[in-house]
Design a binder for this molecule. Structure first.
Ligand SMILES: C[S@@+](CC[C@H](N)C(=O)[O-])C[C@H]1O[C@@H](n2cnc3c(N)ncnc32)[C@H](O)[C@@H]1O
Ligand SMILES: [Zn+2]
Length: 280
C-alpha cells in the first residue's frame, strides 16, 4: 500500500510510545485511548483544553467542507501537494503531519495525487468536529484530536509538517521533524479575499509584515511561493459559507456582516503564500 496512517503516536500524559490494541491505543503506564466508530483517537487531555469545545465549531467545519468541496481552493491544494511530493527523492517514503488539519481536505488531496510515492499521513486538530468529519470521510490517514502546543508524536519522527491557515508552534514542529525535514506554512497573502474584506470592514488593515527570520532550528528554503487566482461565488449560500469558515465572521461589524449577507454573487481573489523551512 502506498498510503497508510502514521502509526507512531505518544501518550499525551507522559510522552511514552503508544501501542495499538484491539480497541484503541495504550501506553506502558496503562493510559488508554479509545478509537471512535469513525476511526479517530482523542489525545487531548482534559487538562490541556482551554475550553469545553475547543477549536472550530461544527457549523464552521461544515461550512468549510462545502466551500472546499466546491473547488475554490483546489489551486492551493495542488501547490501544497506538489511542494510536499518534491521533498526528498521519489523512492523515499514520507511521514506527513497536517497540524490543524480542519476537515482533512488537504491530506485527502495529497493522498489522491501521491501516485507511487509511499506516504504515511497524520491529521491533527483541536476541534473534535473537524477530526470526526475527516475520519468519517477517509481511512487512509490517522486522525487525532490534539493540540499543536503538545503534539502526541515522537521526536524526529516526521518528514513533513504542514501548517495551513493555522496555529504555528515552531518549537513543537522542530521537535517532531527529522533533521532535513520540511515545514510548509501556508498563509493568506495581502490580497486574499480582498473583495470580501472590503465589504465587511470599514477600513482595511495593512498587510502583516512577512517574517524576516526563520524560527530557531530552521532555515528558510529559497523564496515564498505565491498562489494567486480568481474565483466566482455564484450564490448567497457560498458567500455565507466563506464568511462562516473564516475569522471574518467574528471580526466584522454587524453592518459589515449584513452587507455580506445581502450579496448573491461575489468574485474573490485567492492569494496565498507557501513558505518552506528546513529543519536543521
Ligand atoms: C482556519 S482553520 C484551517 C483548517 C485547515 N488547515 C484548512 O486550511 O482547511 C484553523 C484550524 O485550526 C484548529 N486549531 C485551533 N487551535 C489549534 C491548536 N492549538 N492545535 C491544533 N489545531 C488547532 C481549528 O480547530 C481549525 O480547524
Ligand atoms: Zn501514558
Amino acid at each position: 500500500m502506498t498510503i497508510a496512517p502514521v502509526m507512531s503516536l505518544t501518550c499525551p500524559l507522559d510522552g511514552a510510545a503508544l501501542s495499538r490494541t484491539e480497541s484503541g491505543w495504550r501506553c506502558p503506564q496503562g493510559h488508554s485511548f479509545d478509537v471512535s466508530r469513525q476511526g479517530h483517537v482523542n489525545l487531548l487531555p482534559v487538562q490541556n483544553k482551554r475550553s469545553r469545545d475547543p477549536g472550530d465549531s461544527r457549523a464552521m467545519i461544515a461550512a468549510r467542507r462545502r466551500f472546499l468541496e466546491a473547488g475554490h481552493y483546489q489551486g492551493v491544494a495542488e501547490a501544497v501537494s506538489r511542494c510536499v511530493l518534491s521533498h526528498g527523492s521519489a523512492h523515499q517514503s514520507l511521514a506527513v503531519l497536517d497540524a490543524g488539519c480542519g476537515e482533512g481536505y488537504y491530506l485527502r488531496a495529497l493522498a489522491d495525487v501521491a501516485s507511487t510515492r509511499r506516504l504515511s499521513l497524520l491529521g491533527l486538530d483541536i476541534s473534535k468536529w473537524a477530526v470526526q468529519a475527516a475520519a468519517g470521510r477517509d481511512r487512509r490517514m490517522q486522525w487525532v484530536v490534539g493540540s499543536n502546543a503538545a503534539l502526541p508524536v515522537p521526536d524526529q519522527s516526521l518528514d513533513v509538517v504542514l501548517c495551513m491557515f493555522g496555529f504555528p508552534t515552531p518549537a513543537e514542529f522542530a521537535r517532531v521533524l527529522k533533521p532535513g525535514g520540511l515545514l510548509l506554512e501556508v498563509e493568506a497573502g495581502p490580497d486574499h479575499l480582498i473583495e470580501l474584506r472590503e465589504i465587511i470592514y470599514p477600513t482595511l488593515k495593512p498587510p502583516r509584515e512577512a517574517r524576516q527570520a526563520p524560527a530557531p532550528g530552521f532555515a528558510f528554503e529559497d523564496g515564498v511561493e505565491t498562489v494567486r487566482y480568481e474565483r466566482s461565488l455564484e450564490c448567497a449560500e457560498e458567500i455565507a459559507d466563506l464568511l462562516m469558515m473564516t475569522p471574518h465572521l467574528y471580526r466584522a461589524s454587524a453592518e459589515g456582516r449584513a452587507k455580506a449577507e445581502a450579496l448573491t454573487r461575489l468574485d474573490i481573489t485567492v492569494d496565498v503564500q507557501l513558505r518552506s523551512s528546513r529543519r536543521l
